[in-house]
Design a protein around this ligand. Sequence first.
Ligand SMILES: NC(=O)c1ccc[n+]([C@@H]2O[C@H](COP(=O)([O-])OP(=O)(O)OC[C@H]3O[C@@H](n4cnc5c(N)ncnc54)[C@H](OP(=O)(O)O)[C@@H]3O)[C@@H](O)[C@H]2O)c1
Length: 284
Amino acid sequence: MASRLIQSRFSLSRLHLTAGNKNGRFLSTESNKVDEPFKVEEAETVNVPPPPSEKLLVLGGNGFVGSHICREALNRGLDVASLSRSGGSSLHDSWAKNVTWHKGNLLSSESWKEALDGVTSVISCIGGFGSNSYMYKINGTANINAIRAAAEKGVKRFVYISAADFGVANYLLKGYYEGKRAAETELLTKFPYGGVILRPGFIHGTRSVGSIKLPLGVIGSPLEMVLQHAKPLNQIPLVGPLFTPPVNVTAVAKVAVRAATDPVFPPGIVDVYGIQRYNQQMSR
Ligand SMILES: NC(=O)c1ccc[n+]([C@@H]2O[C@H](COP(=O)([O-])OP(=O)(O)OC[C@H]3O[C@@H](n4cnc5c(N)ncnc54)[C@H](OP(=O)(O)O)[C@@H]3O)[C@@H](O)[C@H]2O)c1
């Protein structure tokens, strides 16, 4: 009973403080204010401003990583939109109905920029493989276009899903890595305070291909368990990066959404060990 009394006094003082703030008069929580009788009529007329609205745009929200990011952001109560070339999601899951789907190609025309209107943060999952020149365009140029447009539109935070170095494999996928690093440089220049780069290695989880669900975790999970304790191997020149532990797609999604919405999340590069650490902190 005593604790109930304390609780009700606490909420009365908070109500009083809110009403006072509105009139610009009461900024103290003096005990005599708490003891004043509670007037319901006054409390009802207080105009409480709506909570600040966060609108997240996921570039590539219909892809493997992007779809998990959309779902995580919806679970956190955010207003979520996606932009991709195919627009509407091919995903049949019920959460997909709560995403606003925009259609646009980051490598052509300017019309896709409208999707950035009113957006407070962006997470880019745009990337892919092909010839070296295609890989540079999709991993680099497309993201650089998005970063520049977002900065022009006053977006506060921008998270880019990049990739860890793969040592010798970097030479075989030159366009992929050069594109990734060019986009990273642009992000750190245009978003020095709100730009975050996630560099996962292999990402495992359930990937939807049409109506088929591919359980990539069957290989990824055990590998992650083993390799997360083998960090020194990662330092071996050239082949070391091949020992980078895989990471679960839900961990990447959680950390990406947090980085996009938490104003005190530090800007800069988060490697795979950082992704695992942030994910563990958030799961506690
Ligand atoms: N999967 C992994 O193991 C892994 C590991 C490390 C890093 N990454 C990085 O993580 C990111 C996401 O990977 P993912 O596996 O989720 O790839 P994904 O499934 O292929 O998704 C790529 C997304 O980009 C969209 N897209 C491609 N080109 C576009 C363009 N020009 N304009 C607009 N949208 C475009 C695609 O949608 P449309 O086809 O409809 O346009 C799709 O939604 C990539 O940057 C990748 O390099 C992935």
